[in-house]
Design a protein around this ligand. Structure first.
Ligand SMILES: NC(=[NH2+])NCCC[C@H](N)C(=O)O
Ligand SMILES: [Mn+2]
Ligand SMILES: [Mn+2]
Length: 310
């Protein structure tokens, strides 16, 4: 049926989350549809997967009339309403033993993907590929943008916030590993140190090479190679020359191959149960650069599903 140790069916549930409320730049809500229009569903079907797709086109109906900042966070009620609803949807799809592929949307949507996936696979591990650590708390965030904070809620580091009481600390800090970091706020660095969270920055990628980095990352979160894996891939982990159309680009990122290698190596384990492709913003940069970013988003997704394995 499937080479995946946790999935009995070779079915992918693609969940589009056209949401930009976790950060200020419009356009990232167009990411999912553009990836789908590019042909992603057919591409994945042609690889032999059954595919179902839910586009979540009613998200703006979850916007409250009033949504003042609470404890420094911007639009907390909107982000909470959307991610809570999507978390239930993702949990349901994962429980049906489907691979869940989530298309963002900004990275606040990881509140939904991680909650949904870890509700079904409590012993899963999370590989967070990003230029940023997204682990600010309401107390440490400078921007107030919730896409910079999801990890602090998912791990319980954030403490309580009235709008996010539904987010349970399902993610243990020793089941989390970062790859690609290069723009981490001072307060986030302190959190990473204090909680001994494993993080491989671009400096480590340069030093050890991406092949070793993925092995070292898995040795940390999945030493026996027997636990389910969730990959959340912020396309700004890639160098801006590879994925230019994203809201917070940072120079010095992963090459095209390094990004794809991560997805391929995780697919190869047969343990990957969910993947997120986040922060594609088709409203930024030129038409050519948008095309390039959409194309790379699609190929990362296909590699997560085993495209490049022989
Ligand atoms: N998902 C992202 N692109 N996050 C960028 C976060 C940037 C910054 N650390 C902040 O808290 O606002
Ligand atoms: Mn991110
Ligand atoms: Mn990022």
């Amino acid at each position: 049926m499937s080479d995946n140790k946790f999935l009995s069916t070779k079915t992918v549930s693609i969940v589009g989350v056209p949401f930009s409320g976790g950060q200020p730049r419009g356009g990232v809500e167009e990411g999912p549809l553009r990836l789908v229009e590019f042909g992603l569903l057919n591409q994945i079907q042609e690889m032999g997967w059954k595919v179902d797709y839910e586009g979540n086109n009613n998200i703006s109906s979850l916007r409250p009339n009033q949504d003042p900042d609470v404890l420094n966070l911007k639009q907390p009620k909107y982000v909470s309403n959307v991610t809570h609803a999507v978390a239930k949807q993702i949990e349901e799809r994962a429980r049906q033993n489907k691979f869940v592929l989530t298309l963002g949307g900004d990275h606040s949507v990881a509140l939904a993907t991680v909650t949904g996936v870890f509700s079904v696979y409590p012993n899963a591990c999370l590989i967070w590929v990003d230029a940023h650590a997204d682990i600010n708390t309401p107390a440490t965030t400078d921007s107030g943008n919730i896409h910079g904070c999801p990890v602090s809620f998912l791990t319980g580091i954030a403490g309580s916030h009235p709008d996010f009481a539904w987010v349970k600390p399902l993610l243990k800090t020793n089941r989390l590993v970062y790859i690609g970091l290069r723009d981490v706020d001072a307060a986030e660095k302190k959190i990473l140190r204090d909680y001994k969270i494993k993080a491989f920055s671009m400096h480590h990628v340069d030093r050890y090479g991406i092949g070793n980095i993925v092995e070292m990352a898995l040795d940390h979160v999945n030493p026996k190679r027997d636990l389910p894996i969730h990959l959340t891939f912020d396309v700004d982990a890639l160098d801006p020359s590879v994925a230019p159309s994203t809201g917070t680009p940072v120079r010095g990122g992963l090459t095209f191959r390094e990004g794809h290698y991560i997805c391929e190596a995780l697919a190869e384990t047969g343990l990957l149960v969910a993947a997120d492709i986040m922060e594609v913003n088709p409203a930024l940069e030129s038409e050519m650069e948008v095309f390039q970013t959409i194309q790379v988003g699609c190929s990362l997704a296909r590699c997560c599903l085993g495209e490049s394995l022989l």
